[in-house]
Design a protein. Structure first.
Length: 484
């Protein structure tokens, strides 16, 4: 198991800032408002050559165990068992507070070793706070500035003894070299280049195949309006209370990634913050959460749109679905809270009507009913995800496409252009999959009616089994060699 470091402290001491510094990019949302982080966020990190896994946690607060703050603190303390060492972060400029002292007492009773880290140590204003930190009884504090990147060498020295002990237990080297990237031969590189261009005339290959890479984790994002059960769904899948849940709307703020395996298939689950209508988003913190969610959609391969069984496919749900389709991602619609549905037949009828009327460009989007809190229908959702992911990776051979184009044109040729001249579709290929993207050589692409484009897309979807995924069509005018 990878050497793991957890960052713990009260709210607004700079835990997420240090997390981003160690990860090397802005993974966690940072804001002046205290208590921004609510869920545990894990990522690979590196500190001056030392590679490890870092955990960003919610701020520790004294609160009722049933309250949101109490549940956040309980989840933070629960992450101690997964860490090899804990960074107990406090604000050196503000000095040691009674809350810091209280949680230092809690950490002293834990078996996990603790390193005290004094953040915001730029300038002399932090000197008094550094001296006060010796009173924790947890050893010598390490002074850093997470925002400015100072003190990282001292932090590395504090972590090295624990990292060496962890490596020695497993017979590993601490600063092992990365394996060299294999060099492709000229033939392998040529084959790779040809495949990227869609030139696959090898007769041994099937006309329709999938290019799914099962060696890499399938990136699966769960999106939807607030309080539709996204975090509950992830917890039910992995079988543990990994994500913070509750009756309050908008509990999740960061996009939280969880590694998981389903039927021997590695999957990276990404839980996201709820998306509300743009007019209702006024706070800067919520805008950051929405931006994090949109980034998760762009990075995903398959997106599950979680909707409430009693509020099926309202305007905001359709907006989210259109966003996913425009990004070219495979979409699965999961109707949650099915056990509490007031009228199941009416809900399904409304869902089908809204999809047919508002999303005609993507026919056959898989829809599954479930109850995340009861653990019902989870396998049906994941089977639909795996199936639509295979379709999303579909590659159709050039020869099969041109035979299909010839047959389609014979059956229903394109109409005349505005100048009463024929529109010729000469040649067709698939430059790439993910999503299936097709290029057609067309004499007058600007005059081709939208209705005929839909006719071609629907024909491709029906004849090559591309139901439920976005299809992109590009029409290119061939270059005239005698134009000059």
């Amino acid at each position: 198991m990878t050497f793991t470091v957890a960052i713990i402290g009260r709210p607004n001491v700079g835990k997420s800032t240090l997390f981003n510094r160690l990860v090397g990019r802005k993974e966690a949302i940072v804001h002046d408002f205290p208590g921004v982080t609510r869920d545990r966020k894990e990522r690979k990190a590196s500190l001056l050559g030392l590679d490890f896994r870092v955990i960003d946690t919610a701020g520790l607060e004294e609160a009722d165990p049933e309250s949101l703050a109490g549940r956040m603190s309980a989840m933070t303390l629960g992450s101690l068992s997964q860490a090899d060492v804990v960074l107990f972060l406090f604000d050196a400029r503000a000095g040691v507070t009674p809350m810091d002292e209280h949680f230092a007492d809690v950490l002293r009773k834990q078996p996990t070793p603790v390193v005290v880290v004094a953040n915001k140590c730029e300038g002399r204003a932090a000197e008094a706070g550094m001296m006060e930190a010796y009173g924790f009884g947890l050893g010598e504090p390490v002074g850093i500035s997470a925002e400015h990147g100072t003190g990282m060498g001292d932090l590395l020295e504090a972590l090295l003894p624990y990292a060496r002990a962890h490596a020695a237990e497993r017979g590993e080297t601490l600063f092992g070299e990365e394996p060299e990237t294999p060099v492709l031969t000229a033939e392998e590189q040529a084959a790779l280049d040809d495949e990227s261009l869609g030139a696959d005339e090898d007769p041994s290959l099937p006309a329709v195949r999938t290019e799914e890479d099962v060696t890499k984790p399938l990136r699966l994002a769960i999106v939807g309006r607030p309080n539709t059960g996204k975090s509950t769904f992830v917890n039910a899948l992995i079988g543990q209370e990994r994500l913070l849940t509750g009756p309050e709307a908008g509990v999740t703020r960061d996009a939280i990634s969880v590694d998981w395996t389903y039927k021997d298939r590695a999957i990276e689950l990404v839980d996201t913050a709820g998306l509300r209508r743009k007019a209702r988003i006024q706070e800067s913190l919520e805008r950051l959460s929405v931006g994090d969610t949109l980034h998760a959609v762009r990075m995903a391969e398959v997106v599950i749109l979680m909707i409430d069984a009693n509020m099926v496919m309202d305007k905001q749900d359709l907006t989210i679905a259109r966003l996913v389709i425009e990004e070219g991602r495979a979409l699965v619609i999961a109707v949650n809270k099915w056990d509490a549905a007031e009228d199941r037949a009416a809900s399904l009828q409304r869902l089908n009507d809204r999809l047919e009327a508002s999303l005609p460009q993507v026919r056959g989007i898989p829809t599954v009913t479930l109850s995340a809190i009861r653990g019902q229908g989870l396998d049906k959702v994941m089977d639909a995800v795996l199936k639509v992911h295979r379709i999303w990776n579909t590659r159709v051979s050039t020869s099969a496409l041109n035979r299909w184009l010839e047959h389609t044109l014979t059956r229903h040729p394109p109409p005349l252009s505005k100048s009463k001249r024929r529109i010729k579709l000469r040649y067709m290929t698939q430059p790439k999959a993910r999503p299936p993207t097709f290029a057609v050589s067309c004499s007058r692409p600007e005059d081709l009616p939208e209705a005929y484009v839909r006719y071609l897309v629907n024909g491709l979807r029906e004849d090559f089994g591309l139901a439920g995924v976005p299809i992109r069509m590009h029409f290119r005018k061939p270059k005239n060699p005698y134009v000059d």
